[in-house]
Ligand binder design. Structure first.
Ligand SMILES: Cc1cc2nc3c(=O)[nH]c(=O)nc-3n(C[C@H](O)[C@H](O)[C@H](O)COP(=O)(O)O)c2cc1C
Length: 187
């Protein structure tokens, strides 16, 4: 798909099924993520690919953590946490990996990791894959972060659910650029 078409038409696709991206597609996704704008070339990111049986293990982790945070949790709620990661054949956990830098404030590093994540989902769309960027409590919970191996200088900025669209993809509603872009003219 033409890059501009992908940029103009990307939508989140939440109904995802197998297959997951193949090796060639994954390589395209990874290369696109790594081309995000990055002040000081800090590469303030890393990514964890979760697929196959690991998705079930992630769901069990979510359920364990949810139960430890809320001991009175119902069985139905636990089942919901367990099944969350099974909504796609692959999840890419996107991590902002920050470091003290006199010229690059932390916020810029986190923005860069976000830009890499956006590159991932736009490239997925361009390749005819489906993807959706999700966070929620299970992205920010310290127990989950620790179990996934994140260190104190890392933030889990998103779980990108990725796979093959299982429903027809609808084009997004067009936005009016004039609502968001204006020309500054000094009085
Ligand atoms: C940082 C971030 C976190 C998000 N977390 C969630 C989430 O947990 N659940 C969700 O349904 N959408 C979440 N979204 C929004 C979707 O990814 C999506 O952008 C939104 O539903 C709009 O759809 P569109 O991308 O097709 O315009 C998040 C988006 C961002 C940028």
């Amino acid at each position: 798909m033409d890059a501009l078409v992908a940029l103009h038409q990307r939508v989140s696709i939440t109904k995802l099924t197998s297959p997951a991206p193949d090796k060639t597609q994954l390589n395209q996704l990874f290369k696109a993520a790594l081309r995000a704008a990055d002040h000081g070339n800090m590469r303030p990111w890393r990514f964890l690919v979760i697929e196959g049986g690991q998705l079930g293990k992630l769901g069990e982790l979510f359920a364990r953590v949810a139960q430890s945070n809320k001991p009175e949790i119902t069985t139905a709620e636990l089942e919901r946490f367990k099944s969350m990661p099974l909504r796609a054949p692959m999840i890419i956990a996107c991590i902002a990996k920050t470091a003290e830098n006199p010229k690059v404030p932390l916020i810029e590093q986190i923005i860069s990791a976000g830009a890499a994540t956006q590159n991932l989902i736009t490239t997925a769309f361009a390749l005819g894959l489906g993807a959706v960027w999700r966070t929620g409590d299970m992205a920010y919970d310290p127990q989950v972060k620790s179990a996934l191996g994140l260190t104190a200088n890392e933030e889990l900025i998103g779980y990108v659910y990725i796979g093959t669209p299982s429903v027809p993809v609808h084009l997004p509603r067009e936005q009016n650029p004039e609502e968001f872009f204006s020309y500054w003219s000094e009085e």
